[in-house]
Design a protein around this ligand. Structure first.
Ligand code: PEP
Ligand code: MG
Length: 577
């Protein structure tokens, strides 16, 4: 049994198909001055071949595959056009008089170092994409085979075992019928892992020494939930996993059918299930899930990886596109939440954040300090509001003074639009995220000034328990069931109820089905989450009765001990009808 990290759930049983390419060895060699330009040409022609390879892979993506799959390949195509790959290695060849492979290796090491220093785990793991693109070019330069599965191969029912998979290869193997894959390298946030989850291909990463234990054609079991590969399984084990597969298929069918049914508890309480999105492209996947709308649109992704922030017009066009794609369902646009874990290239927020970025000038604090960022966004959201239902949501509020200031700025933005003869929806609702313990404790005052509240548990837990959410060393302390966290959540729900305004939750806790009963029993009726979690959470909702849950959760909340709370919650979860 080999262990790795399960990154995409599900079980597969099949024959191993091993694709091992080994590491690429790059040696430095001097190029005589007279041949430098020829070396530069060799490099540029390798770039062109890499581009053509990717285009050909993209063209082979089956029609049924989702648009986001092509986006991963487009990302690699864009990287091939980036100056870090097109210009710098060429300059290095000329400056150092070295071979193209060596120049590319030097540039790779420099770029990877920048990625390694990033705080945000998602952005940090983009270094895998850099390596995938650079390895592709290196293989072309060294004229070694890509080791890619060729288009004609059938992988029907096989389990691909490899050192690493590019997103393009992930698309190919899925298309060719593979039933799962395991890699030696890569992490849970790699694009291949994200892709595997979105196409529901069981997958494990970080399985070391595959080739020493498993041979091509061996019968193996891959368990993407537990993160294990089992070689040479006996009949008893095979039967156990076949049974798990049957249950898994049943569960998927059930979840797919659920997309068509409303989220409503057994005692007929309708629950609003909304989705969190980061990019306008996410809408496409959402439309199949039948959501009530978008509960959190993280607009900072529009500001990332560029030297200048998008202007009002660009934002207006982008928000309008999302609103139109939603066809009348409400869109909650969160104003820029920049700083701390969300670095935005080309901004000066990094320098402004000081030693404790999470406690520094981030999110609404930064926007109120830099109105040239905030006001164009407010105007853009207001203008977009004439195209469909829109709500404005403010991140990281800590006091009511900020709220007054923001409401004043929104009024000012409306007046300026009137002066410019531009229309907007005068009824646009303004809500706030409750992410700071002080905001939760003062939620009544917040609720009196706002149209809705949304609990951002990712930050609320970070600030309540004083654990940096991007610091792996303190990850183990991250505990949504900490009694202090639960008390704060409850305060916010109660504050919303007594002010008569809706309260949603849009942090990760909302999308974890293990907490659904707990939150329902606490009185939460609006959940917003990543779209892949929607049906799972709906399944729990549709099997729950609020009237039954309320006293049980009430009893659980009396406990001051996380372990006891967890034990009680497990009993509640297992008693679902
Ligand atoms: C949160 O903090 O829970 C949240 C939803 O916002 P983000 O994860 O973008 O900080
Ligand atoms: Mg947050």
């Amino acid at each position: 049994m080999l262990h790795g990290i399960g990154v995409s759930r599900g079980v597969a049983i099949g024959k191993a198909h091993i694709i091992l390419r080994g590491s690429i060895e790059v040696l430095e060699s001097a190029v005589p001055p007279g041949l430098i330009e020829q070396e530069v040409e060799r490099y540029l022609s390798a770039l062109e071949s890499a581009r053509l390879q990717l285009i050909s892979i993209r063209d082979r993506i089956p029609g049924r595959a989702r648009a986001d799959i092509a986006i991963f390949i487009d990302t690699h195509l864009l990287m091939l056009k980036d100056a870090t790959i097109t210009n710098t290695p060429v300059e290095l060849i000329r400056e150092k008089g070295c071979n193209a492979e060596w120049a590319l290796k030097l540039q790779r090491d420099a770029v990877i170092e920048v990625f390694e220093q990033m705080n945000d785990p998602y952005l940090r793991s983009r270094k895998d994409d850099v390596d995938h693109v650079i390895n592709r070019i290196q293989r072309i330069l060294q004229a070694t085979a890509q080791g890619e599965v060729s288009a004609g191969d059938s992988l029907q029912g096989s389990i691909v075992l490899t050192d690493d998979l590019t997103p393009a290869e992930t698309v190919m193997i899925e298309h060719q019928g593979t039933s799962a894959f395991a890699t030696e390298y890569g992490g849970p946030l790699s694009h291949s892992a994200i892709l595997a989850r979105s196409v529901q291909l069981p997958a494990i990463v970080g399985v070391r020494g595959i080739q020493h234990y498993i041979h091509d054609g061996d019968e193996i079991i891959l368990d993407g939930h537990q993160g294990v590969l089992i070689a040479d399984p006996d009949e008893r084990l095979l039967e156990h996993y076949r049974e798990r597969q049957r249950r898994e298929i049943q569960r998927r069918d059930e979840l797919a059918r659920l997309a068509q049914t409303p989220a409503i508890t057994l005692d007929r309480v309708p629950i609003r299930l909304m989705a969190n999105i980061e990019l306008p492209e996410d809408i496409e996947a959402l439309n199949r899930e039948n959501t009530t709308g978008i509960g959190l649109y993280r607009t900072e992704f529009l500001f990332m990886n560029r030297a200048q922030p998008p202007d009002e017009e660009e934002q207006y066009v982008c928000y309008t596109g999302v609103i139109e794609a939603l066809k009348g369902k409400p869109l909650t646009i969160r104003t820029l939440d920049m700083g701390a874990d969300k670095e935005v290239d080309g901004s000066s927020s990094g320098q402004r954040c000081g030693n404790n970025p999470a406690l520094g000038l981030r999110a609404i604090r930064l926007c109120l300090k830099d109105l040239s960022l905030f006001c164009p966004q407010l105007r853009a959201i207001l203008r977009a509001s004439c195209h469909g239902p829109v709500r404005i949501m403010i991140p990281m509020l800590s006091n009511t003074h900020e709220i007054r200031q923001i409401l004043g700025l929104i009024e000012e933005a409306k007046r300026s639009l009137q002066r410019d003869g531009l229309s907007y929806d005068p009824q646009v609702q303004v809500g706030g995220m409750i992410e700071i313990p002080a905001a939760a404790i003062s939620a009544r005052a917040f609720a009196n000034q706002l149209d809705f509240l949304s609990i951002g548990t990712n930050d609320l837990i970070q600030y309540t328990l004083a654990i940096d959410r991007v610091d792996d060393e303190v990850n183990y302390l991250y505990d949504p069931l900490h009694p202090a966290v639960l008390k704060l959540i409850r305060m916010v729900i109660e504050a919303g109820d007594s002010a008569g305004i809706p309260v949603a939750m849009c942090g990760e806790m909302a999308g974890d089905p293990d907490y659904t009963c707990l939150l329902l029993g606490m009185g939460l009726t609006e959940f917003s989450m990543h779209h892949t979690a929607l049906q799972e959470v709906k399944r729990v909702i549709n099997q729950s009765s609020i009237a039954e849950l309320t006293p049980k959760v009430e009893a659980l909340l009396q406990s001051e001990d996380s372990d006891r709370i967890l034990a009680q919650l497990e009993v509640i979860n297992s008693s679902l009808s």
